[in-house]
Design a protein around this ligand. Structure first.
Ligand SMILES: Cc1cc2nc3c(=O)[nH]c(=O)nc-3n(C[C@H](O)[C@H](O)[C@H](O)COP(=O)(O)OP(=O)(O)OC[C@H]3O[C@@H](n4cnc5c(N)ncnc54)[C@H](O)[C@@H]3O)c2cc1C
Length: 390
């Protein structure tokens, strides 16, 4: 049967667009299906959705020839984590791992826009916007996706990158496991009096962590985790009321705020697809897994899925070959389960009962005393092999 594309990717968010750019740059014929419009260039105040990109994610994006907008990126070289009221305190520095920087914070929209700008230059990539799949069927050697605009696309492989509520996952009959932390994250973008752009820090408190993610200039994104009710109350405050509440509750090192530029809250859940693959179909990114955001790894592991899948697809003649897809699932499901378990463990160690919190405190003190263990943790957080020296 005639193919429209070698690969159809459903979902043009950061993960789907990054895979399309990597495969398109390598010369494959790719169709990208996005329910919304093409992203627009970010301008003015920083967006509320911010993500960190670690070393492996940055290398993957670079490998597609995509350029990140420097003016809206903030590189950072240290991560500091401590326990409020305890002795546990760890400082992770890029230097200790021989890295120039730990990573980059970027607005989700700025990254998505940069990737879509790159897609426009790749002749093998076709973007279909304002449409979504309504059914999918396989034949022996291809998969069809029927779209809600009347079009049908036929490909050797269909990839679901359509986020946590993935339609493609549902259409393929893949189940998920979920867990609700009964917490929300209040994200507030602020302008600070102090510059602190070199470091990202997180302080664990008994009700949940508070974190500072640096943005360019004197800007920062603050994340305040707490119960649903407590976050809802804070959301009712005026910008000045919220500014005062943050100055009172956040660690003193944040200093005074000049202004609050925006805020929004998100529920905290974890989720894992029971399978990542079906016949001529693979899931990547949030369509496959959602992790607690406290370690800032959700997007990173999604991009690592895309990286692993691209490597496998580019090395085989039939991109839908079941053996390759199986290899992808084994590699990524195991790694992502480890990340889900680790972030879950952090949450319960630092937000649980007093004995658990003491254990969490002791683990931070221990990490600080063993440089090798610290270095391996940093390599892991960067998506690099923790057993490789140098
Ligand atoms: C509070 C918070 C803080 C976070 N901080 C970080 C961080 O610091 N670092 C980090 O790595 N991660 C972080 N994350 C996680 C990160 O935001 C997600 O993992 C990431 O956005 C997932 O990207 P994605 O492309 O897989 O999915 P999405 O961003 O959800 O994109 C899915 C895309 O598919 C499209 N779509 C949806 N349904 C359809 C359909 N039926 N048909 C066609 N298209 C469709 C959508 O319009 C969208 O464009 C955080 C998350 C939260 C909640």
């Amino acid at each position: 049967m005639q193919r429209d594309h070698e690969i159809v990717i459903v979902g043009g968010g950061m993960v789907g667009a990054a895979l399309a750019a990597r495969l398109g740059y390598a010369g494959l014929n790719v169709g990208l299906v996005e329910r919304g419009d093409a992203p627009t260039a970010p301008s003015g105040d920083f967006d509320l959705r911010i993500s960190s990109l670690n070393a492996r994610s940055l290398a993957f994006i670079e490998a597609s020839g995509t350029e990140l907008p420097e003016a809206r990126c903030c590189s950072f070289r240290h991560i500091e984590v401590w326990n409020q009221g305890g002795k546990g305190h760890s400082l992770f520095s890029a230097d200790d791992s021989g890295l120039e920087r730990f990573g980059v914070f970027i607005e989700n929209r700025a990254l998505q826009y940069a990737l879509w700008e790159r897609l426009k230059t790749l002749p093998g990539v076709t973007c279909y916007t304002q449409c979504a799949p309504i059914s999918t069927l396989t034949s022996s050697d291809s998969r069809l996706v029927e779209l809600d605009n009347g079009k049908t696309l036929n490909a050797d492989l269909v990839v679901g990158a359509d986020g946590a509520r993935s339609t493609l996952r549902e259409l393929a009959g893949i189940d998920i496991t979920t867990y609700d932390y009964h917490q929300r994250a209040l994200i507030t973008n602020v302008e600070t009096e102090l510059p602190q752009q070199d470091v990202s820090w997180q302080c664990f408190t008994p009700t949940g962590p508070v974190s500072m993610l640096p943005l360019p200039g004197h800007h920062a994104s603050l994340i305040w985790y707490d119960s649903d009710a407590a976050i809802r109350d804070r959301e009712m405050l005026t910008d000045n009321g919220l500014k005062a509440a943050i100055e009172a509750a956040f660690p003193k090192r944040l200093g005074n705020l000049i202004r609050v530029t925006g805020h929004a809250s998100f529920p905290i859940k974890r989720q894992h697809a029971k399978r990542y693959i079906a016949k001529r179909l693979a899931l990547i990114g949030d369509a496959a897994h959602v992790v607690h955001p406290l370690a800032g790894q959700g997007l990173n592991i999604g991009l690592h899925d895309a990286d692993a899948l691209a490597d496998i697809l580019l090395a085989q003649r039939d991109v839908g070959d079941a053996k390759g897809l199986r290899r992808f699932e084994i590699q990524r499901r195991f790694a992502n389960q480890a990340m889900i378990t680790a972030t879950d463990g952090f949450h319960h160690l630092f937000t649980g009962s007093a004995p658990l919190r003491r254990l969490g405190d002791a683990s931070l003190q221990l990490a600080e005393r063993f440089p090798l263990a610290k270095r391996m943790m940093m390599q892991q957080a960067n998506g690099l092999n923790p057993f490789k020296r140098g």
